[in-house]
Design a protein around this ligand. Structure first.
Ligand code: NAG
Ligand code: NAG
Ligand code: NAG
Ligand code: NAG
Ligand code: NAG
Ligand code: NAG
Ligand code: NAG
Ligand code: NAG
Ligand code: NAG
Length: 484
């Protein structure tokens, strides 16, 4: 009897511990989204109504390769302008008024930035020290909580990285960590990293890297795109079942393999964020094909979306519009555990095809992250979710909301299954609506509409809150224990 009580006690202690662990939802906000010239509202940082992200990363600031100073990329980041009014950095910061636990980081690097500035920082001990000093100044000046390093990629000589950058980068990381932790309130140091095992080996001393960083966001997407000349899903969770068509290159190209690779190299699971793309990669199918399956020949990038205006990609909300207004057909690929969709005019010269993520595949991926006890989810990018709620018929920020609900759900089976089935039925029965975007953001604050999807415990909405509750949780457990 006594033993039984003791076991129960520990069970409850464990339960309370597990359920109060902070899990992260790291959301990137792209600076260029404010340049969309459209008749739908622009998502300014202070208009982000979803408070589900635990960390916001504003992408990107620039590292001046000569002075090694971080600089805002545009005037409106830090200055009042006619076009954008309040500086973006201040707008972003104002989110903290509504969610004090929110951390805001500045991201530097990115695909287009290349390697030059990072190489220069790594030159020697004085250049590293200079960069660290400038960085701390910049973070203090703009009230950021930390810096996110998005070097694409250390060790990647084809993309301009120095051939000893793996070791040098590791030294830099260590020095930044030590310098940050010399402060009473340390800045956060994080990174976005490659999903490609070869590049992981080339670029990172994984155990050290993960030790010195607060968290590491794996860019588990962009596995397939225009460059393949055949259709493929942006971010398959698993590889294809029929290994016949797999070349050596194809075997690693899925989320599961990449995450396992980071783990196998010695990165603690709780440091890793699984990356989710809120966009699809699109293709135009080659002339005269009557196939629309994965691996179909393409003639080039998909046509640009009407809002994001970049050929080869479509934002999640644009894909919703294709499905609901333009009658595209959606297929859920069982191997990849992710959907693709194609335009209704099959076998015409401009048949469009996109492989993407939606609520169903996002649910599966977040569950996968939970199964592996990862530290959280990273999202690229919040401005590609249906933030206005005008496109998908799923309310505002449907994907971010779904990520949050699954990540913080303690129900292991029933609810999660119902999440999956709800989606499937909902999609088929949804009446097709014609889309007329007229609604605009007004300055008055709008109430966030709650849907049944949001039936999560209140205490879980804010991370910090959950943490603060834990003494009460503990007392509650002791009370239950004595009751038994
Ligand atoms: C966004 O940041 C990039 C630097 O990565 C910069 O080149 C670009 O001009 C910025 N765009 C806007 C609209 O701020
Ligand atoms: C470090 O590199 C910079 C830039 O190349 C150079 O000016 C400086 O003298 C070097 N410092 C040391 C200590 O080698
Ligand atoms: C690295 O590059 C330098 C010059 O760029 C060269 O001298 C050196 O041999 C290279 N090292 C390796 C291991 O390739
Ligand atoms: C930490 O601070 C101490 C005292 O201010 C200083 O001597 C030391 O060099 C600092 N270490 C780092 C890594 O900045
Ligand atoms: C795709 O086509 C381009 C141009 O025809 C070619 O250079 C490239 O190697 C092809 N890519 C693959 C993965 O076959
Ligand atoms: C996920 O990856 C691991 C490690 O590579 C592998 O053992 C496992 O079978 C994979 N899971 C699936 C469903 O493919
Ligand atoms: C598609 O067909 C048109 C007309 O038949 C031809 O001009 C074009 O080159 C073809 N494109 C491709 C990618 O085969
Ligand atoms: C989509 O399908 C509906 C009914 O099936 C039809 O009325 C509508 O015209 C179609 N729209 C397009 C863009 O093909
Ligand atoms: C893939 O293979 C596994 C194991 O052989 C099987 O359980 C699963 O159902 C297959 N998936 C598909 C989509 O055929």
């Amino acid at each position: 009897m006594h033993l039984c009580r003791l076991q129960l006690f520990f069970f409850f202690v464990l339960l309370s511990y597990v359920s109060t662990i902070d899990m992260r939802i790291v959301c990137y906000y792209t600076n260029w989204s404010v340049y969309r010239v459209t008749d739908i509202p622009i998502l300014y940082p202070d208009k982000i109504k979803s408070l589900h992200c635990t960390h916001m990363h504003i992408a990107f600031a620039v590292i001046n390769p000569v002075t090694l100073r971080i600089e805002p990329s545009e005037k409106h980041d830090t200055h009042y302008t006619d076009a954008f009014d309040t500086p973006l950095y201040l707008r972003m910061n104002s989110l903290k008024k509504r969610k004090s636990s929110l951390k805001i980081l500045v991201a530097v690097g990115g695909w287009t930035a290349g390697s030059e500035a990072f190489n220069n920082i790594l030159t020697n001990s004085s250049t590293r020290t200079l960069f660290i000093r400038h960085t701390k100044q910049f973070l203090r000046q703009w009230n950021f909580d930390g810096i996110d390093l998005d070097w694409e990629f250390p060790g990647d000589i084809e993309r301009g990285a120095m051939n000893n950058s793996r070791e040098q980068f590791n030294i830099l990381i260590k020095e930044i960590h030590e310098s940050f932790h010399n402060e009473s309130n340390p800045f956060l140091l994080t990174a976005a990293v490659t999903a490609d095992p070869t590049k992981i080996d080339q670029g990172y001393v994984v155990p050290d890297f993960c030790h010195y960083l607060d968290y590491v966001s794996v860019m588990t997407y962009d596995y397939y795109g225009t460059w393949d000349n055949v259709t493929g899903i942006n971010a398959p969770l698993y590889g294809r079942n029929s290994s016949a068509e797999d070349d050596d290159d194809g075997q690693w190209k899925n989320v599961n393999t990449s995450i396992h690779y980071w783990l196998s190299k010695g990165c603690p699971a709780n440091k890793l964020n699984l990356g989710l793309a809120l966009y699809g990669r699109s293709f135009t199918l080659a002339n005269g094909t009557d196939s629309v399956s994965i691996g179909t020949e393409t003639s080039g990038r998909g046509l640009a979306g009407p809002f994001t205006k970049e050929s080869g990609t479509l934002a999640y909300f644009e894909i919703c519009q294709k499905l609901r207004v333009h009658n595209w057909t959606r297929v859920f690929d069982a191997d990849a555990q992710a959907p693709y969709a194609f335009s209704s005019s099959v076998n015409s010269l401009d048949t469009q095809w996109v492989g993407y993520d939606d609520l169903q595949s996002v649910t599966v991926k977040v569950l996968h992250a939970k199964t592996l006890d990862l530290g959280g989810i990273m999202v690229w990018s919040i401005d590609q979710d249906d933030y206005s709620g005008l496109f998908c018929g799923q309310g505002e920020f449907p994907v971010i909301r779904r990520i949050h609900d699954i990540l913080f759900s303690t129900d292991k089976n029933n609810k999660q299954n119902s999440f999956l089935t709800t989606q499937a039925t909902k999609f088929r029965t949804k009446p097709r609506v014609s889309f007329v975007p007229i609604q605009r953001f007004t300055t008055k604050r709008q109430k966030i509409t709650l849907t049944s999807m949001q039936s999560i415990p209140k205490s879980k909405i804010f991370n910090r809150g959950a943490k603060k509750n834990s003494p009460f949780y503990f007392l509650f457990i002791v009370w239950v224990y004595y009751l038994i």
